[in-house]
Design a protein around this ligand. Structure first.
Ligand SMILES: *Cc1c(COP(=O)(O)O)cnc(C)c1O
Length: 402
């Protein structure tokens, strides 16, 4: 401990919902001299990523890679499919759906938002009603956030496809899997998703900087009918690369390509089914601890029903003393950084102090989760926050099933 009260020694743990913990192997793969970007190994590595990204997304479709973050993926997906003056339908279960809607509005589209608040998943009847009322098929795309990272709500994308098919609405189904890819089960083709967006810095375990847009032939036909698509975001040359330099519209994200190559090797060595199971078991340990703490005192899981929770991120409510005090304590004393609340406060209260979030996406295992939970328990004790006993026992019981 330093004189300022900051912890000293040991590894820090960034337990926020992205960027996630980066494997040493990924960092080591990136730690190298600059490669030639016009020929040689880097060209082959980039090509080799495509089939392995498809396997993560469970699709036989196309994937376009960009230099960018999740917001870039949002804009790329829209720029290829939704023209100025067209309409998108956005069922919102948290801040990120609103963010994607704002991105659509920035491109001159009309965003019709169905707001579900912050604690419940989509109400498919409300979405069906909106689609049925759209008899002229003005709605070009439904923007569906699979896991909204602000609320930790997980929505049923396959069921939404079923609703769209039943009604016979031709809109594209576009999914945001930026938080869920490589954490919560997602099957692009089996679930009938036309466009899916992701970033590299959450379940894919690579430093922020690459964005992905997956799309099927139906979406590509929509792209080809667009009056114009901005050159940088156009997915066509990226899906059918003729020249490496053209692919990236300039310099490639060289070191990210090495890092992603290693991350995908790790992902496929473990296997998608095993990865989804691991995330689910670790999430169950977190929920068990939170239930025990919440049995007495103010701490509360944001999403009541386990089936509606993501296995990648957990949003929690803690109002007195507020979550910010807990986050400050664990960061200063333990080197454990918890996620801030995002978009959770009532309008007019920008402080968001009553919420925090745990990221448990990607490169996480049982001992890290036990450490995370132990750190929170220590913080609750240090701050005198009333809480139920037995949280770590409950978590250990879940971890023991691994
Ligand atoms: C993180 C995230 C985003 C935004 O990604 P950035 O890389 O921060 O732009 C969008 N949607 C979801 C669901 C996310 O989790």
């Amino acid at each position: 401990m330093t004189s300022s009260g900051k912890h000293l020694g040991g590894r820090e743990y960034l337990a926020i919902p992205g960027p996630s913990v980066m494997p040493e192997a990924v960092l080591q793969a990136m730690h190298r001299a600059a490669p030639n970007i016009y020929a040689g190994e880097i060209v082959d590595i980039a090509a080799s990523l495509v089939p392995d990204l498809r396997r993560v997304a469970r699709t036989e479709g196309h994937v376009a890679m960009y230099i960018g973050n999740g917001h870039a993926a949002w804009e790329a997906a829209l720029a290829n499919t939704v023209a100025e003056g067209e309409t998108v339908l956005v069922p919102a279960t948290g801040r990120f759906a609103h963010g994607w809607a704002e991105m659509a509005e920035g491109l001159g589209a009309e965003a019709r938002i169905i707001d579900h608040g912050k604690r419940a998943p989509w109400d498919l009847d409300r979405i069906a009603e909106a689609l049925r009322a759209d008899t002229g098929h003005k709605i070009k795309a439904v923007l569906a956030v699979h896991v909204d990272t602000s609320t930790s709500i997980r929505n049923d994308v396959a069921a939404l496809r079923g609703v769209m098919d039943d009604i016979g609405h031709p809109a594209l189904l576009m999914a945001d899997c930026i938080a869920s890819l490589g954490c919560d089960r997602f099957e692009m083709d089996a679930w009938g998703v036309d466009v899916m967006v992701a970033g590299c810095q959450k379940g894919l375990m690579v430093p922020p900087g690459m964005a992905f847009v997956f799309f099927n032939d139906k979406a590509d036909a929509v792209r080809r009918a667009m009056p114009r698509v901005s050159r940088y975001w156009d997915w066509s040359p990226r899906a059918n690369p003729e020249e490496f330099f053209m692919y990236w519209n300039g310099t490639a994200p060289t070191h990210h390509l090495y890092g992603l190559r290693t991350a995908l090797d790790m992902i496929h060595a473990e296997g998608m089914e095993a990865i989804w199971t691991r995330h689910e078991r670790l999430a169950r340990a977190i929920w068990a601890a939170c239930d025990a703490w919440g049995a007495e005192g103010p701490l509360e899981l944001n999403v009541a029903a386990p089936a509606e929770r993501s296995c990648a991120v957990t949003a929690l409510r803690l109002e007195a003393p507020h979550a910010t005090a807990l986050r400050d304590w664990t960061e200063a004393k333990l080197g454990l950084t918890l996620g801030i609340g995002l978009g959770m406060a009532p309008p007019g209260d920008p402080a968001w102090h009553g919420f925090f979030r745990l990221g448990h996406m990607g490169h996480v295992n049982g001992q890290m989760i036990m450490g995370l939970l132990g750190g929170i328990e220590a913080g609750l004790t240090a701050l005198g926050v009333p809480h139920g006993q037995g949280a770590l026992d409950a978590a250990a019981t879940e971890i023991a099933k691994i």
